[in-house]
Design a protein around this ligand. Structure first.
Ligand SMILES: *Cc1c(COP(=O)(O)O)cnc(C)c1O
Length: 423
């Protein structure tokens, strides 16, 4: 038991042949250790080939320092500014909504539907009409997310967005390799966001990219990403820009990772299938599956599941008794300490007990994203919801699914969960 290493949710995983090092070394050998250069250009070309593959599109890709930066610049290019409103999925990681506030605009949170756990098209339309009634203006942009790699209801969201002529920024950070109707996610909206953070489908250590429709839009994004300079011999600025371009060293990692991307995607799908099989005879656990609709082709970035409210988990009597002293999960940096063990919106006690039980078994089992409209920082923000995402947050959890998760690991994880609920 003591020999067992922790099985994390999803970790960076380099190619076995060291392709990444080859490109990184090239950056050093040629002294391109700057936020531009041959690796960045080639990585962008690789990504363009990937997102345009098998479809009639000619999308451009601009590499940036983070997925969050990509959301920020996409919203900026949609004309979002102070006083504007943006409809964003509430059930997501904070990087989908925070950039709205960077621009002085206000998020309007949209609840999820039960099938994909993503933005509910009906609620979106209710919100659009109601915002127009209340403020006299339509929201400036719509940000749907593909949570855990699951495509959102793209046809319906796009139809509504087109009807009201509101641009869509697809937050595809978790779904590189997911497709809908044969087309890469991130190519349906005006912009599509990718992330290469350490825990995503592929990594550049940290980084992101923005999928753009036209060369003009891509140029504009590039301009903003490099401090918005005008063509003079000295630095002349007519707009506020950002330092968001990707490093040539990081892009080298990305080029190497592109050689294993398809393997990673296949592995995530394989692990998902195995979980689905092994949990088939565990009635208390429900794996989040893709809708019975052939258009959906999720990458299954993480395996998400729910556990029945009344399923008893070992140790749940002690859940939330102690104030947590360190970060749960992969959070880096400084975490503010807290003086209570509970908040007014948290996973059920059996979910927390399962997290603790699994940690003891050296398995990372993390809660789902806490809905943004329940975050104290967004207190008082408008929300349109049927409560689906809050209910899911109470009963849901994620399981490891990265490339290094073996079949034996999955079997072990499922056995541990059975042990937790059968004792
Ligand atoms: C990871 C992620 C991002 C952005 O990621 P970075 O860490 O800034 O690269 C944005 N949205 C969602 C939903 C994500 O999971």
């Amino acid at each position: 038991m003591s020999e067992r290493k922790t099985i994390y949710l999803c970790l960076a995983h380099m190619s076995e042949t060291g392709e990444e090092l080859k490109y990184v070394k090239e950056a050093f050998d040629t002294n391109w250790v700057v936020p531009m250069g041959p690796n960045v250009n080639a990585f962008e070309k690789d990504l363009e080939t990937f997102v345009n593959r098998g479809q009639n599109t000619d999308r451009r890709v601009i590499c940036l320092s983070a997925g969050t930066a990509a959301v920020h610049l996409a919203l900026l290019a949609c004309g979002v500014g102070p006083g504007d409103e943006v409809c964003v999925q509430s059930f997501t990681f904070c990087a989908s909504s925070h950039p709205i506030t960077y621009l002085g605009a206000k998020p309007v949170f949209i609840g999820s539907e039960k099938d994909t756990w993503n933005m509910d098209p009906d609620l979106l339309e209710v919100a659009i009409i109601d915002r127009k009634k209340k403020t006299g203006r339509y929201p400036k942009a719509i940000v749907p997310v593909s949570l855990y790699g699951m495509p959102y209801q793209i046809d319906r969201i796009m139809e509504i967005a087109n009807r009201y002529d509101i641009p869509v920024v697809e937050d595809a950070a978790e779904r590189m390799g997911s497709r809908y109707d044969g087309r890469a996610l991130g190519t349906f909206g005006k912009f599509g966001v990718l992330s290469f953070n350490g825990n995503k489908m592929i990594t550049t250590s940290g980084g992101g990219a923005l999928i753009c429709r036209t060369k003009e839009e891509a140029d504009e994004i590039m301009w903003y990403a490099t401090q918005a300079r005008d063509a003079y011999p000295y630095y002349q600025h007519t707009a506020i820009g950002y330092n968001y371009r990707m490093s040539n060293v990081c892009a080298g990692i990305g080029r190497g990772q592109m050689t294993v991307l398809n393997d990673h995607i296949a592995h995530h799908k394989h692990v998902q299938t195995l979980y689905e099989e092994l949990f088939a005879d565990v009635p208390e656990i429900h794996i989040h599956k893709q809708p019975d609709d052939l258009r959906y082709d999720a990458n299954f970035w993480l395996c998400a599941a729910t556990i029945d409210k009344d399923a008893h988990v070992v140790g749940q009597e002690n859940a939330y008794k102690e104030v947590i002293k360190t970060a749960v999960g992969g959070a880096a940096g400084v975490i503010h300490s807290v003086d209570t063990a509970v908040t007014d919106c948290q996973p059920n006690e059996n979910v927390e007990a399962l997290r603790v039980f699994m940690l003891d078994k050296m398995v990372e089992c993390r809660p789902l994203w806490k809905p943004m409209h329940k975050q104290p920082v967004y207190d008082g923000t408008d929300v349109y919801t049927n409560g689906v995402e809050e209910e899911l947050f109470k009963v849901g959890f994620c399981l490891p699914a990265g490339p290094y998760v073996t079949d034996d690991d999955v079997r072990y994880i499922v056995e541990c969960i059975k042990e937790a609920i059968r004792n």
